[in-house]
Ligand binder design. Structure first.
Ligand code: GDP
Length: 196
């Protein structure tokens, strides 16, 4: 895999802490528990790489992983916790929306959605924030192993139809960290985004 040599780079919780926008970045976003850490780990073949983002106190942080010189995977804070204090939520919204809308080195976003619960309001919020940039989004419908082939195919089709109308720069596929369905497909696309 092109992601074989991924290492932890840095973690930030304020916009001013972001590393200089010199490289090429791909950001991973998703509702908490959708399978984002597992997807990052599957794509990088590193069982505990994304574990860092789950460290208590770091769940609101943006974590950077380096893939070789000047190329980064960026793990954005998971969203959708039931009860988050308004202050924290406002900080999250400011951090995420500003990062997504203004980050020059950001090439595209991978949006992680549990195939059984796609397109939640916050998923749509992420798409709306990113839409103005014109940059591509790739959706991974994770945990595809939890559904039958027919059920998964139906949801894939519905999500594709919705996204075609609302976000033309968006592609979508089924994914499973458990069976590794779609891992090679996703890695190939992200490799082209990174110019690898
Ligand atoms: P995150 O909060 O989005 O980073 O989600 P995690 O990667 O920590 O996954 C949340 C839960 O879903 C964990 O219990 C995982 O083992 C499980 N999970 C993640 N991906 C898959 C998958 O592809 N298939 C199945 N069956 N379970 C998964």
């Amino acid at each position: 895999s092109v992601f074989q040599h991924t290492t932890f780079y840095t973690t930030v919780n304020q916009l001013w802490q972001l590393p200089p926008p010199d490289g090429v970045e791909i950001a991973f976003a998703g509702r908490s528990n959708a399978g984002k850490s597992s997807a990052i780990n599957s794509l990088t073949n590193r069982a505990r790489l994304a574990f860092v983002s789950k460290t208590p106190g770091r769940t609101q942080h943006i974590n950077f992983f380096q893939l070789g010189s000047g190329r980064f995977l960026v793990d954005l804070p998971g969203y959708g916790y039931a009860k988050v204090p308004a202050e924290i939520r406002q900080h999250w919204e400011h951090l995420l929306s500003t990062y997504l809308q203004t980050r020059e080195s950001l090439h595209g976003m991978v949006l992680i959605m549990d195939v059984r619960h796609p397109l939640t309001p916050l998923d749509r919020q992420m798409l709306n924030w990113f839409a103005s940039t014109g940059k591509p989004v790739h959706v991974l419908l994770t945990k595809s192993d939890k559904l039958s082939r027919q059920q998964a195919a139906k949801i894939l089709k519905d999500v594709l139809l919705f996204l075609r109308e609302t976000y033309p720069q968006c592609s979508v596929q089924l994914f499973s960290s458990m069976t590794r369905e779609g891992v090679e497909e996703a890695a190939a696309l992200l490799g082209t985004w990174l110019g690898l």
